[in-house]
Design a protein around this ligand. Structure first.
Ligand code: ZN
Ligand code: FE
Length: 253
């Protein structure tokens, strides 16, 4: 798989992937036409598929113009068909789909929106998580319940540890501050801080992370950590209660 990270708008990431065998090209969450088209027209000159993780404008903003120019097929969650502009192929939970020889599985991960999905390329060990799991953070809960988001993160957490995570935004620096505040003694987090600072200093994306890395450092995936429970003064709380508290605190961080 060839993979290009395309920084878009303020802090969005769109991603281009190509199957080396068939040459088929897909874009994940095109935020805008211009920036995405620049690299497509230079490098591939074609676009077979447009994959949307959810309906927010900063993830579907390029749908219409890209489809018009390249005659691409747009894929999104079937139950969100009214909200994904120009959708052609309606994906269901756990549905598999081929981009050339590359196969992905559709993971249904509601919470940020009620129809949010991830694209998991098991053989390539790559997952596109949209605005559900970020590096060191998770998305805001706009349409779902805390429980739904918690369960969606649990689903992502269960993927193989060496799976690379490509998420929808470069929010890592702010997320890091929040994690350090509540989990200051986490040695993995301190190591990750150095790596992140290096990358940002060189103006590079902090993406991708990995599942293993996130489990070690992302406090939203560590709601069973006694140090975090302690820091919140919620020693006897359930993991879901901890998650709820963390999400609320982060909303106003
Ligand atoms: Zn969003
Ligand atoms: Fe977004």
């Amino acid at each position: 798989m060839n993979l290009d990270i395309i920084p878009c708008l303020n802090d969005n990431y769109s991603y281009l992937i190509q199957d080396k065998h068939s040459g088929k090209v897909a874009i994940i969450d095109p935020s805008e036409f211009g920036t995405c088209n620049d690299i497509i027209s230079q490098k591939y000159k074609k676009l077979d598929f447009i994959l949307n993780t959810h309906h927010h404008i900063d993830h579907v903003g390029g749908n219409k113009e890209l489809k018009k120019k390249y005659n691409s097929k747009i894929l999104g969650f079937g139950k969100d068909k009214k909200r994904i502009p120009e959708i052609d192929i309606l994906l269901e939970e756990n549905q598999e789909f081929y981009v050339g020889d590359l196969i992905f599985k559709t993971l249904f991960i509601p919470g940020h929106t009620s129809g949010h999905i991830a694209f998991f390329f098991e053989k390539e060990k790559v997952v596109f998580t949209g605005d559900t799991l970020f590096s060191l953070g998770c998305g805001r809960i706009f349409e779902g319940s805390y429980k739904q988001m918690f369960d969606s993160l649990k689903k992502i957490k269960s993927l193989p540890g060496d799976t690379k995570i490509y998420c929808g935004h470069e929010y890592t620096k702010n997320n890091l501050k929040f994690c350090l505040k509540l989990n200051p003694n986490n040695i993995y987090l301190k190591d990750k801080e150095k790596v992140i600072e290096e990358k940002l200093k060189d103006k590079k994306p902090t993406i991708p992370s990995t599942i293993k890395d996130e489990i070690q450092t992302n406090i939203f995936l560590r709601c069973d950590d006694l140090d975090i429970k302690d820091a919140l003064n919620l020693k006897n709380a359930s993991d879901l209660e901890i998650f709820t508290k963390l999400r609320d605190l982060k909303d106003s961080f």
